[in-house]
Design a protein around this ligand. Structure first.
Ligand code: ACO
Length: 323
């Protein structure tokens, strides 16, 4: 059977790093509060010339280089983002153009922080359905542009960045030992749409708007939703937490990551944590964390890796990949 195999990965971050202490003169907060409640120590913030398209392009180029491929080898780009350069066209098409790619097709996916997990599951279906052979799956965000910088309960939590994977059609035996995407579970429930949203949009206010969040409410639902969807993915694949080599969760809050891993029985040393370095970069957080763990040699070919995310909507999901 056809499997969607990871051939390369890459990431890109804005030049400017903003430390927790840099907020102290802007809003009433402290490094201690931010670290204790979230685990975040710093985040990257995009300059005017750094956009979702430029960061996505840089991450895509890094992923292509690590795959030993060029844009000519790609036939689909799926970009997960909630902060596109423009309302339309899709920022994926802009990245396609920046890469000098004038064949194939490209589109954006919008599932907020779950966007990358949705995009990997979608790319896998395009590959297995025979519509694409090699796909660039990108998560790129500039959340700094939709933050209310006077709201201490949200502005300290988010950061900008991008990460990308190259997925390629490969032959598998249909077993758990195959390389590639092995299982996926996606969920959404719009009952929760007002707990985490942006208060603007083309069809309502005609403005871009700012991120609003009932943090405590999001926290309350996060662990249960994450663990449910992961257990569904485990049972689809016929595995348990003990079979995993690496758990790469969405990087929103260290406390949510720790509580989810504990509830699932995933050992602490198998959990990839980068929230301290990047903050919550929404759809970019999982591929950024992946690129860190690949670059430092933790994630290796043949490892069983679980990706997970939960975000606005709510949306949530998990993907199991043999690297
Ligand atoms: N600095 C200092 N104090 C603050 C700050 C801050 N930056 N922000 C809020 N506070 C205050 C609050 O005003 C409140 O004060 P009060 O008790 O006088 O009212 C107090 O700290 C406690 O606030 P809580 O919101 O109850 O704090 P909590 O422990 O829940 O932590 C947090 C807040 C970090 C937002 C937490 O709720 C959280 O992580 N929630 C989940 C958020 C999340 O994961 N979001 C991303 C989802 S993914 C996506 O799609 C974007």
């Amino acid at each position: 059977m056809i499997r969607s195999v990871v051939r390369g990965s890459g990431a890109a971050l804005p030049r400017r790093i903003m430390k927790n202490a840099d907020f102290e003169g802007m809003v009433e907060t402290s490094d201690e509060w931010i670290v204790q409640r979230t685990g975040i120590r710093q985040r990257h913030v995009a300059a005017d010339d750094e956009t979702t398209a430029s960061l996505g392009e840089a991450a895509a180029r890094a992923a292509l280089e690590s795959a030993g491929l060029t844009a000519a080898d790609i036939d689909l780009i799926v970009l997960a983002t909630s902060t596109p350069n423009n309302t339309f066209p899709a920022t994926a098409v802009e990245i396609q153009n920046r890469l000098g790619m004038h064949h194939g097709f490209a589109f954006d996916m919008q599932a907020v922080c779950s966007g990358f997990v949705y995009a990997v599951a979608t790319a896998d279906l395009y590959i297995r359905g025979g519509l694409a052979r090699r796909v660039l799956v990108i998560g790129s965000e500039t959340f700094s542009r939709i933050l209310d910088w006077n709201d201490r309960s949200t502005c300290v939590l988010f950061g900008d960045g991008a990460g990308a994977l190259v997925l390629e059609a490969g032959e598998g035996a249909g077993s758990i030992t195959d390389r590639g995407v092995l299982a996926a579970s996606l969920r959404s429930d719009g009952t929760h749409k007002d707990k985490l949203f942006v208060d603007g949009g083309p069809s309502t206010t005609g403005t871009v708007g700012h991120l609003r969040m009932e943090g405590r409410e999001v926290f309350k639902h996060a662990v249960g939703m994450i663990t449910d969807v992961i257990e569904a993915t485990f049972s689809q694949a016929g595995i348990t937490a003990a079979d995993l080599d690496w758990f790469v969760p969405h990087q929103a809050n260290k406390r949510i990551i720790d509580a989810s891993a504990k509830k699932l029985g995933i050992a602490e040393q198998k959990v990839v944590v980068t929230v301290d370095l990047h903050g919550n970069t929404s759809a970019a957080s999982v591929p950024l964390a992946l690129s860190v763990a690949v670059a430092d040699g933790r994630i290796k070919k043949g490892d069983l890796v679980l990706l997970e995310a939960m975000g606005g909507g709510f949306t949530w999901g998990a993907v199991l990949v043999r690297w």
